[in-house]
Design a protein around this ligand. Structure first.
Ligand code: GRF
Length: 223
């Protein structure tokens, strides 16, 4: 893969279906980027196998081996500095990053969260949306700041909740949308269309007043 394209690091902890979707979109030429490395804090993450199958360099940094969040993050930073990383993508990465980490990569870290933020930060979002009898649910991509799931929103995708939904069936439909909005956001970022300046998101040089809602035109951008 070319070294002049947008170099990305993907941080994972688990299955890595979002990682797979990113790999696929890059391979299909939809995003002008290359994944410099995949880092997991979990040595058993299935996503590591997905990365290896795609010939992507992997690093395992087990948080349990570090006494504090700061020393774990320092190791992450040391690993990342070897590369010329333009964008860090958190894809099911189950660790909170310290302000030190965020400061070094300000405006360059994205996260995906399975809810329509600001609703349902944290875990068990699908159960919580069902228990609240919500009519709709979805997922959000945002820039990462020091506060958990609270950085400026970029894009959201909505799904209608069905009466028959279980947390699993709902999670599956939300995940399908995640696999669209994350590559799309990365494409925009790598094309220079998306920027974070002083806590404000700019899209095509205009301040983004509210999250973009995924529509079919956006989806066509990934064809
Ligand atoms: C996704 O639902 C993501 O939104 C959340 O963790 C899950 C990761 O799934 N942060 P995967 O590992 O990408 O399959």
């Amino acid at each position: 893969m070319s070294n002049t394209s947008c170099q990305i690091a993907v941080l994972i902890s688990g299955g890595g279906s979002n990682l797979q979707s990113i790999i696929d979109h890059i391979q299909q030429g939809h995003i002008d980027a290359s994944i410099a490395c995949v880092i997991s804090n979990n040595p058993n993450a299935y996503g590591l196998l997905r990365a290896k199958q795609a010939n992507i360099t992997t690093h395992i940094i087990e948080h349990e081996n570090y006494a504090t969040r700061e020393t774990f993050d320092a190791e992450l930073l040391k690993t990342l500095r070897v590369y010329n990383i333009k964008l860090i993508v958190l894809a099911g990465f189950m660790r909170i990053l310290s302000p030190n980490f965020i400061n070094e990569y300000q405006g360059k870290v994205l996260n995906i969260h399975p809810s329509l933020l600001p609703k349902y930060t944290g875990l068990h979002t699908h159960e919580r949306a069902l228990n609240a009898n919500d009519a709709e649910h979805g997922c959000s991509v945002h820039f990462v700041t020091a506060e958990l799931d609270a950085g400026p929103l970029i894009i959201q995708a909505k799904v209608n909740i069905k009466k028959s939904d279980s947390p699993e069936s709902l999670a599956k439909r939300v995940l399908e949308k995640e696999h669209i909005i994350y590559p799309l956001t990365m494409k925009w970022f790598c094309e220079g269309r998306l920027e974070l300046k002083a806590s404000q998101v700019y899209f095509d040089n205009k301040p983004l007043e509210q999250a973009i809602i995924l529509n079919s035109e956006h989806e066509n951008e990934l064809q």
